[in-house]
Design a protein around this ligand. Structure first.
Ligand SMILES: Cc1cc2nc3c(=O)[nH]c(=O)nc-3n(C[C@H](O)[C@H](O)[C@H](O)COP(=O)(O)OP(=O)(O)OC[C@H]3O[C@@H](n4cnc5c(N)ncnc54)[C@H](O)[C@@H]3O)c2cc1C
Length: 313
């Protein structure tokens, strides 16, 4: 796709993962990534900028708008937008993420297709450099992990925790989201150098991201001239290389369309048959990853830290 060099140039260069036990002992750094060494870790905004510049001359972008209705017939799809005039397309690819509205409009309600896994994630930037710029540092208590992640000179915090489901409205209100994070983390002294005032920093965060970690499962990814891609089609929870899958899925879709431009249904079927195998195999790695990253009990945590200590050997 001609983007690899740009991705490598913008990589975060955080090759290690250090575990900090509840008593403050450090395990690691463990080497992150696959033995093949072809992983690139990159900040989301950098990835978006690189992808955009790769197709800037060939694609037409509309920003600050959203799709509000889709009406298809045999020859095309009429798309209504919140702000822009209605337009007609040969094909609509819903690549609008875990809470896809294209999916909701064409394939069915979110509650039938998106399955929360009993884990939540929140992230925020810390606005200061990471104490350890070469390592992702992970602190755990039973059912909770707190990760400090160096990203190009500054630190980001990640909170992943187990909790019972909340009413959907809670996901939309940032005050509720902050309170949910503080309920899980605010009562413990985490001894994290970048988060000396955890309560104040969470309350003051202006870029908090919060969501329920979920898996998306649909019997079919295409209906007529509308297809789904990436998290909208097959979110694998965040433990399964979702960005890589979204990109390889886009490539597979593009190849199938280019090979069979006059037989849309056949091309979409080929895309799904091929890419579903890759997505499905990643979806099942979730339980193991969750048990390793967020052990639910003290015994599980101790076993995980022991396995981490043994890993380099
Ligand atoms: C905290 C976190 C950490 C992660 N870490 C990793 C990781 O290390 N490695 C990895 O591979 N994956 C990771 N993932 C998963 C990864 O982010 C996703 O799998 C990936 O972004 C999916 O890409 P996508 O293009 O399908 O959807 P998204 O990246 O979610 O993009 C969807 C886009 O659609 C837009 N949109 C939504 N609704 C509308 C609408 N109605 N109209 C117009 N636009 C709309 C959104 O604004 C967004 O820009 C992580 C996820 C999270 C939450």
């Amino acid at each position: 796709m001609g983007v690899l060099q740009g991705l490598q140039d913008s990589a975060t260069h955080a090759p290690g993962l250090t575990l900090v036990t509840p008593s403050g002992r450090r395990v690691g750094p463990l080497r992150l990534g696959r033995p093949r060494g072809d992983d690139v870790e990159i900040a989301r905004a950098d990835l978006a900028a690189i992808l955009r510049s790769a197709v800037e001359d060939q694609a037409y972008f509309i920003f600050g708008d959203e799709v509000t209705a889709l009406e298809q017939d045999e020859a095309g799809v009429d798309v209504s937008f919140l702000r822009s005039p209605r337009m007609r397309f040969d094909l609509v690819v819903g690549a609008d993420g875990l809470h896809s509205s294209v999916r909701e409009m064409v394939f069915g309600p979110e509650q039938d297709l998106v399955h929360p896994l009993g884990l939540y994630i929140a992230t925020m930037s810390l606005g200061r450099p990471a104490a350890d710029p070469a390592s992702v540092v992970m602190y755990n208590r039973p059912g909770r992990s707190l990760t400090v992640h160096p990203v190009n000179g500054t630190a980001g915090a990640g909170f992943i925790f187990r909790a019972p489901p909340h009413p959907k409205a809670a996901y939309r209100d940032i005050r509720v989201q902050k309170q949910v994070v503080l309920n899980a983390y605010g009562v413990t002294d985490w001894a994290v150098p970048e988060l000396t005032d955890l309560r104040g920093q969470v309350e003051g965060a202006d870029d908090l991201y919060f969501d329920a970690i979920s898996r998306v499962q649909l019997p079919h990814w295409s209906r007529g001239r509308v297809t789904l891609l990436g998290d909208a089609a097959s979110c694998v929870s965040l433990f399964g290389d979702g960005s890589s899958l979204a990109m390889s899925g886009a490539f597979t879709l593009a190849e199938a369309l280019a090979d069979d431009p006059n037989r849309l249904a056949a091309a979409l079927k080929r895309y799904e048959t091929h890419h579903r195998k890759a997505a499905t195999s990643r979806q099942w790695g979730y339980s193991l990853a969750a048990a390793w990253l967020v052990p639910a009990t003290q015994a599980g945590l101790t076993a995980r830290n022991l396995s981490g200590a043994l890993l380099p050997h």
